[in-house]
Design a protein around this ligand. Structure first.
Ligand code: FAD
Length: 640
């Protein structure tokens, strides 16, 4: 048996971003002991990078807003592929979750009369994003950490031990979930610094590991986002949905090359910034797609009037949902109307006084000054699409966030369903608050009703340890072995070139072939040195996850022969209503699980039809854009 440090908890939460921390709070409030494990430093997660804000229909900036409007915007943004029950819960509960953060100590920006201020964002009918300048995620994480400390102080007062009920395991990476029969029994991983192994015995695991962007060359995501949670769930026997839908945020930095992909918040456009091509034209008026015709301003005058008073005009097409704006930028650059560095211009300098820009967008001002030597109060920014967010994720029950494996739960970016084919900006921070809480609750209720605790076998622990050290074994047939960094670069290039923002059948087939070759090469991945802080080894283990998840994306993208949200097929340009209620479900054969990366199977599954009272929130004329004639006839019959 390898040497393994052991711990026992009621619930183990993997990931200390917003979803993970909200789940920890909930499980602890239900009296359970919780471990929170994170790969990076505690507090360093995508959530902390979130800039623009958190969407919640509080109605502070426009009292016409309601959960129903937020629900409808979310469904439209996701092109009706969303899990409607998740979209309903999300819209209904987001305002309470934001208020609750203030009871934990958060302080959002205020309106003149002292209410939480809300800003405009793409696809949202009303100003809806609660924010703290352009550093909203930082405040959310700070507040939840503070809440956790206050709970630990309560635990100390009761037990004399701060860590009696919540303990943080930072810089600790989980590599495998362990089961007893069909049930979750624990999680296995290693300390990044020492390389020593660690085992958590637990009946319930909440996966909250965020995204997968590091499989792409140009991304706003940071080094941790290697799809670990998605892959852990697959290997444990759970399924993933919607993996073909990736969000390419329209505005990433394009210059200098060292910072290509870093995000430029949509808050810039929310606060009045406009997109222009190299002719100085505001081109978004040329790209309003048929499904959104009539909902967006058709002239510059109307768009600018909307910015002053959003009741007297239609909203600017600069704030169309992200998939539409990203495609428009792509088209402009392709047509030769791009900037010198292959993007388009984003101009806030001519729209707001300099002091307002610095006040409202302090991080953007700093980011461009420091990284690109551009003063955004005087010059436009150069921006272009960057891989930002994965709509696809672990298939969960909408109410409890339970995955298909007993004892496994998922929340936040790694869970699938809420956003359908495209996420609206601001809907991720609210997603992780609403469903982080629900996952913590679901896990607590599951643990409390268990008759007996599952057990972990020594064989499974030994197998997990063996897989983890396999990269230290040179290939049996000799030779140098595969370098994890080279494999990573090859993967990123493949995904960027062949499974990017615009997809084609022959390129997707080529990508799947490349991925299969990369999987074979991965069997020979070899690293030097030993387990003590060894980034090459860490990457080698991350590659196992990235290769598996990339195959899910490519295979699902090949099967979906239509264009919808974050999936654009050049050879199938339109949205096909027949695909509207079809989910593509990714699984692997559990018998194939070992160090090698197994092949992925993708199967279509029908969505549960939307509940009638929710359906009735939409005009039939709008549904005609998304539903088949047969679906519509059935709806008309039901309506009598
Ligand atoms: P994360 O916050 O990504 O946290 C994941 C956690 O999992 C981390 O602690 C990580 O260390 C840990 N982890 C991963 N793998 C492992 C493993 N194997 N073992 C142990 N731990 C692991 N959304 C909005 O709604 N509004 C915005 O304004 C906004 N702005 C954004 C700006 C940027 C630059 C980016 C990148 C994203 C932005 N988003 C925004 C999206 C949003 O921030 C993320 O989708 C969201 O924060 C994800 O939260 P999460 O809790 O699911 O995961």
């Amino acid at each position: 048996m390898p040497e393994v440090e052991r711990h026992k908890y009621d619930v183990v939460v993997i990931g200390a971003g917003g979803a993970g921390l909200r789940a920890v709070i909930e499980a602890r409030e239900h009296g359970l002991s919780v471990a929170v494990v994170c790969k990076s430093l505690f507090g360093k997660a995508h959530t902390v990078m979130a800039e623009g804000g958190c969407a919640a229909a509080m109605g502070n900036a426009n009292d016409k807003d309601s959960w129903q409007t937020h629900f409808k915007d979310t469904m439209r943004g996701g092109k009706f592929l969303n899990n409607w029950r998740m979209a309903e819960l999300h819209a209904q509960e987001a305002p309470d979750r934001v208020w609750e953060l203030e009871t934990y100590g958060a302080l959002f920006d205020r309106t003149a009369d002292g209410r939480i201020s809300q800003r405009n964002f793409g696809g949202h009918t009303y100003p809806r994003l609660a924010h703290v300048g352009d550093r909203t995620g930082l405040e959310i994480i700070r507040t939840m950490q503070q809440k956790i400390v206050s709970l630990q102080q309560e635990d100390f007062a009761q037990t004399g031990d701060y860590e009696a009920r919540i303990k943080i395991f930072a810089e600790c990476t989980i590599t495998e979930l362990l089961k007893d029969g069909d049930k979750i029994a624990g999680a296995f991983g290693y300390w990044r610094e020492s390389g020593r192994f660690i085992l958590f015995e637990t009946p319930a695991v909440v996966i909250a590991t965020g995204g997968i962007g590091k499989s792409y060359k140009v991304t706003s995501n940071s080094w941790e986002y290697t799809g670990d949670g998605h892959a852990l769930a697959l290997r444990a026997g759970a399924s993933l949905i919607n993996m073909e839908f990736l969000q390419f945020h329209p505005t990433g930095m394009v210059w200098p090359p060292s910072v290509k992909g870093i995000l430029v918040t949509e808050g810039v456009r929310g606060d009045g910034g406009v997109l222009k091509n190299s002719d100085g034209k505001r081109f978004m008026f040329d790209y309003i797609p048929p499904v959104f015709k009539g909902q967006y301003a058709e002239t510059i005058e109307e768009a600018d009037q909307w910015l002053k008073d959003n009741d007297s005009a239609r909203r600017t097409p600069d704030l169309l949902p992200r998939d539409e704006v990203a495609r428009a930028i792509n088209e402009e650059v392709k047509a030769g109307r791009g900037t010198p560095h292959g993007g388009v211009y984003l101009d806030i300098a001519s729209r707001l006084p300099a002091d307002q820009i610095v006040k409202r967008l302090p991080s953007m001002h700093h980011q461009f000054k420091e990284l690109a030597d551009v003063d955004i109060t005087k010059e436009p920014m150069e921006v272009g699409p960057t891989c930002h967010y994965v709509m696809g994720g672990i298939e969960v029950d909408p109410d409890t966030q339970a995955a298909t494996v007993p004892g496994l739960f998922a929340a936040g970016e790694c869970a699938g369903g809420l956003h359908g084919s495209n996420r609206l900006g601001g809907n991720s921070l609210s997603d992780l608050l609403v469903f982080g809480r629900r996952a913590g609750l679901g896990a607590s209720e599951y643990v409390q009703q268990l008759a007996a605790r599952p057990e972990i076998s020594d064989t499974d622990i030994a197998a997990a340890a063996k897989s983890a050290v396999t990269p230290f074994d040179p290939p049996a047939e000799g030779g140098p072995g595969e370098n994890p960094y080279t494999l990573h670069m090859d993967l990123q290039q493949t995904m960027n070139d062949l499974v990017g923002i615009i997809r084609k059948e022959h390129e997707l087939k080529q990508a799947i072939e490349h991925l299969s070759e990369l999987r074979d090469r991965y069997d020979h991945v070899t690293v030097e040195g030993h387990r003590q802080f060894n980034p090459g080894w860490h990457l080698a283990l991350d590659m196992r996850n990235m290769l598996l998840i990339s195959e899910c994306v490519a295979k699902a993208a090949l099967l979906r022969t239509e264009s919808r949200g974050g999936h654009t097929r050049d050879d199938h340009p339109g949205m096909d209503p027949v695909w509207r209620n079809k989910l593509l479900v990714c699984t692997i054969d559990p018998d194939e699980v070992g160090f090698s990366v197994p092949a992925v199977t993708v199967t279509p599954e029908a969505q549960v039809p939307m509940r009638e009272d929710l359906l009735r929130l939409f005009d039939l004329a709008e549904l005609e854009k998304y539903y088949t004639p047969a679906d519509l006839a059935a709806l008309r019959d039901d309506a009598g």
